[in-house]
Every structure is written in C-alpha cells, then in structure tokens.
Write a protein that binds this ligand. Structure first.
Ligand SMILES: Nc1ncnc2c1ncn2[C@@H]1O[C@H](COP(=O)(O)OP(=O)(O)O)[C@@H](O)[C@H]1O
Ligand SMILES: [Mg+2]
Length: 572
C-alpha cells in the first residue's frame, strides 16, 4: 500500500501538489463542519423545540445552521472538484505513457498479444488506477469525520460511546478480508474485460468475412462466452463488495440496538436529557456513514493497487533500442548482409544468408511463400535485432544505427496497406509539411489523381477505417504517393500488388516503377515478369539463399528460379 501511494500515485500528483494539499486540508474543514453541525443538534432539540426559549436564541441557532451550510458549499465544491481534476489528469498522463509504450514496443510483442487486452489496459486499468487518488483522500477524510463524530458522541455520552469501541475489531476484520479478496479477483476481472474488448474489435474488423461466410453466430458466441466469463469474474468481486457493506450495517444495527436499550434506561434514571440522547444518536448515525465510505475506499484502493501492478508490467515491457550510436544521414554505398541467421523464437527462418544491395541497383527477392522474404524486409527496417551474422549499411552495423535514422533510409510499400481514417490529403502528408504542388506531383506519379479528382470532395475525401472506402488498388496508389513524398533513398516493395486484381495490379505496377525511378530498390515479387530487368535476383528457399544472378543467368541455369518463373507464368 505504501508503495502504491508513494511510488505509483505520488508522481502523478506532484505537478498538482497545491490542489492535492488544498483538497486534503478541505477534508479537515469538512470534517469540522460536520462536527459543528452535530454540536448544534442538542441545543436545537433541547432549546429549539422548547416553548420557553426566547426567539433570539432560536434565531441565533438558525443563523449558525445557515452559516455552516453556506461554508460547506465552497469547501465541498473545491474539495471534490480538485480531487476529480487530479484523478482525470492522472488518467490522461498514464494513458499518454501507455500509448507511447505501445508505439515503442519491440515488434515481437505485437504478434504475441491481443489488441483487445492492450486497449482494455489503456482505457480501463488507467481509470481504476486513478480512482486510487480519490480512495487515498477518502481514507483521510472519512476517518477524520469518523473521529469528529465519535468525539461528539463521546462528549454527549461517553459511556454509550464505549459500545462503539466494542464493534471496532469486527469492522477492521471485515475491511481487511474484503480488501484482500477484491484485489485477488480484480486481476481476473481485468483479464476478462480485455478478452471482451478483443472479441468486439474482432467482430468489427472482421465484419466482411463474418457476413460472407454467415459467421454471425460463431462471432456472436465468441463474444457472448467472453461476456459470460467477464460477468462471472465481476460477480466474484461484487459478492465481496456487496457482502462487506451490509455486514458493516448489521454490526452497526447491533450496536445501535444495544445503545437504545441502554440509553432508555439512562433517560428514565434522569442521567441524560432527550436532546443529549438525540445528539448522541445523530453522531452515531452519522458515524456509520464515514465507516461505510471508508470500507468502499479500501476496496477501491485494492483495485487501484491491482491495476497499478498491471500498468507497471506494461510500462516495463522491453522497448526498441534507443541508444543507436550511429546517425545515418545518407545512403552512400551499399547494404551487405553476411552469414545472417534469424529466428522469431522457434526454428530459424533465415539461414546463413549472404547478399548485397548496392546503391542505385534494383534487387529482387523471390521464393515460395514462407521462405523468409518478408522477414528480411523486417530486419532491414530494424524491426528485430540481428543477433547472429551481420547486416551493414555503408559499413555500419545495423545494431548500432539509430532506429529512426535507419528507417528514414527506407520507404516501404507492402501488401499490408495501412491508411488512417482521415482525408486523402492527411494520409499523404502524415504530419509533414508538403506543399500542394508536391502533393499533386506525388499523386500524378502514383496514378492517383485520376480517381481522386473524380471524388466529390477530392483530396478532402474521408476514406473510412483503414481506407475501406477506396478499392485495394486505390489504397495502394495512395501509399505509393505517400512513399514518393517521403522520398527515401531505398524503396522496399513487399508483394505490393499481390492483393490486387489484374487491372489494378497493372496500374499499381506502373506507379511502383515510376516511384522507383533511379532509386535503390529491394522488391519482393510474386509476379516474376515484373523483375526481369532487375540487376540482381536472389532466390530464397526455406530461409536459404539458393540461387542468385540476373534473369537471363538464372533462366539458363534451369533451377529453382526457372521453376518459379514457369509457375508464375502459368498463373497469369
Ligand atoms: N511474427 C512472426 N512470428 C513468428 N514467426 C513468423 C513471424 N512472421 C513470419 N514468421 C514465420 O517465418 C517464416 C518466414 O515468413 P516470411 O518471412 O513472412 O515469408 P515470406 O515473406 O517469404 O512468405 C514463416 O515460416 C513464418 O511462419
Ligand atoms: Mg511475405
């Protein structure tokens, strides 16, 4: 708990220390106001209701009540407003950190984890965590109030107050046990929340296949059973939470009944006045409220603790390296790959590979599906470390190169097209400051102007989630225009036309050629006719490099390449 408050929560409060201290101080004032209100009960009862009391005394009492009520207003307002402010600010800051983390994680992490879990962490856990702030202040304010009410009760009737002390151990026991139980189940609740989010996002992104194959029931059942598991896990904490509150109330009722019997006896004996007794009862009744809130805050703090552990786990996941010694400003000469072996974790998918990509040359990678071509592209982009063998760019080991400078060298056009749900223009600019003229030129190069100009809103057309309002070929032409604008010295084409129909494939192919111009190109090609005039073709098979040469040389060998070429001719 100390760790949660001082190491996890405090750093987020620090910038808003003044507000936090203000809120805590106001909780003292609020407790004092509560106490003063109780203190008025006895004179109100004894004097206010008595016919002998002069009018002025009653007016003074009423005025006192009014002043307390008015004072209460700004205190309560600022106390809770500042608290909520700190809570919601902290939620934003934790989310910023999580989002930044998501963008910097090692590539291996994305394929291992479910997006839904990650989204749920970012939205739900941060909220639960931030409620810890409120809980901490509740844990200060409510006991203060409890002490004030208890003191008032003690002043009214100390003997009766002793009854309350008899119930204290039971209350402590209930809080202790329920807090522990909730924390235990909270991890499960969060996990199931993540699964639920995951099935929803799957359902939405897979809507086409779902309908095409009539999989609505399958998808709905996946969601439904995730939802049932979520419900069951929630019910476990609900049971504990809802059990704790009435238990506290039962104990309160026991104490109350005992007090009433005892008090009646004392009123009969003339040891106490009715006003005194009512003041005592009021203090006791009010005393139960902070106790209940204290118990809730206790539960919330346990939940926040569990959430903070999960957030912490996320925030300490390994990131991509940041300590690149070499800043790559230009691409001067060549990329050399020697004795490269790579594995994603299980078997090796690239085996002792040697190849060269000289500046200004066009290099193709061909091979059956699964032979490791895309993996090589991933490695060039620095998405994974290269622990075995070497990859050098102009003589610098790729592991030493600053990642963002490395990635500036490459422009990727791949079969996984990604566009943002925004206008065409913003998808081309992606945060850079290109002029309208540059954008128009890029669209010309990519054969994109012809269809963009026909759209009613032209460049300002919103293209839908991942660009779904455009055809595959149109989407790809937008990404080609984007690559043209970004203007990297080395272009990586990874089966950029493989998902397209024949017609769009031809246009996109032409656009790719115009984009390539005199630049260095590494192309993974599934249609071998497109790379016939390439300077060098590397043929891969099961992670090995099996042949290399230009088209003529490889055809005359009548080996693997010739087979692949024949295959690709047959298909088209
Ligand atoms: N993220 C990944 N995690 C684990 N294995 C992967 C991953 N990506 C690809 N593989 C495996 O690596 C091998 C090579 O894949 P890939 O480089 O995509 O082949 P290609 O692009 O030549 O079709 C395949 O066996 C594939 O299953
Ligand atoms: Mg591939």
């Amino acid at each position: 708990m100390r760790d949660l408050i001082f190491n996890k929560l405090y750093p987020y409060i620090r910038p808003y220390k003044a507000k936090a201290i203000g809120a805590v101080l106001l909780s003292v004032v609020l407790a004092a106001i509560g106490g003063a209100q109780v203190a008025l009960v006895r004179p109100l009862m004894d004097k206010g209701l008595s016919p002998e009391t002069p009018r002025e005394v009653v007016l003074i009492l009423a005025a006192q009540l009014l002043v307390l009520g008015l004072l209460n207003f700004p205190c309560r307002f600022f106390h809770f407003y500042w608290l909520r402010f700190i809570m919601d600010r902290a939620t934003c800051e934790v989310r910023d950190q999580i989002m930044m983390k998501f963008l910097r994680l090692k590539s291996s992490f994305y394929s291992q984890s479910k997006q839904g879990q990650m989204i749920s962490n970012a939205i739900n856990d941060t909220q639960i965590f931030a409620q810890g702030f409120k809980a901490v202040v509740d844990l200060i304010r409510e006991p203060l109030k409890a002490i004030v009410y208890l003191t008032m009760a003690f002043i009214s009737d100390w003997q009766l107050t002793l009854v309350i002390f008899a119930i204290a151990p039971f209350l402590i026991l209930i809080f202790g046990v329920s807090g522990k139980k909730v924390k235990k189940h909270q991890g499960e609740v969060q996990h199931e929340h993540g699964e639920l989010t995951h099935t929803i996002s799957e359902g939405l992104s897979g809507h086409k296949i779902t309908k095409a194959f009539n999989l609505q029931n399958f998808v709905f059942n996946r969601f439904h059973s995730a939802q049932e598991r979520f419900f069951n896990s929630v019910m476990k904490t609900t049971f504990v939470e809802e059990m704790a509150h009435p238990l506290v109330e039962v104990i309160g009722a026991c104490a109350f009944s005992a007090v009433i019997v005892f008090a009646h006896h004392r009123v009969q004996m003339g040891e106490t006045t009715v006003g005194e007794f009512i003041a005592f009862v009021a203090a006791l009744a009010l005393f139960m409220d902070p106790i209940r809130k204290f118990s809730q805050a206790n539960v919330k703090l346990s939940q926040a603790h569990a959430a903070s552990e999960r957030i912490n786990k996320l925030l300490t996941l390994p990131e991509e390296r940041k300590d690149g010694k070499v800043q790559l400003d230009h691409f001067e000469k060549e990329i050399i790959i020697s004795n490269l072996t790579f594995s994603y974790g299980e078997g090796d998918v690239i085996k002792n590979l040697n190849l060269k990509i000289p500046k200004g040359k066009k290099v193709a990678l061909v091979g059956l599906s699964g032979s490791g071509k895309s993996t090589l592209v991933n490695l060039l982009l620095g998405l994974y470390d290269v622990p075995r063998g070497t990859m050098t760019i102009d003589g610098h080991d790729i592991n030493d190169i600053d990642l963002s400078s490395l990635r500036k060298i490459f422009g990727l056009v791949s079969q996984d097209i990604f566009l943002f749900n925004d206008s065409i223009k913003n998808n081309l600019k992606v945060g850079f400051d290109f002029s309208d003229q540059e954008i128009t030129q890029a669209m010309e190069v990519a054969y994109a102007s012809e269809f963009v100009n026909k759209l009613p809103q032209g460049m300002d057309t919103l293209i839908g989630d991942r660009g779904t309002r455009l055809s595959g070929g149109q989407q790809q032409r937008i990404t080609i225009a984007r690559a043209f604008l970004i203007n990297s010295p080395v272009l990586l084409f990874d089966e950029a036309t493989s998902a397209l129909d024949n017609e769009s494939e031809k246009v996109v192919q032409k656009a790719l050629e115009r984009l390539a111009g005199e630049k260095t190109v590494v192309a993974v090609a599934h249609r071998l006719s497109t790379i016939q005039d390439y300077d060098r073709i590397y043929v891969m098979h099961d992670g090995h490099l099996v042949e290399e040469g230009n088209h003529q040389e490889l055809m005359s060998k009548a080996g693997e390449y010739a087979k692949l070429y024949e295959l690709s001719q047959k298909i088209s």
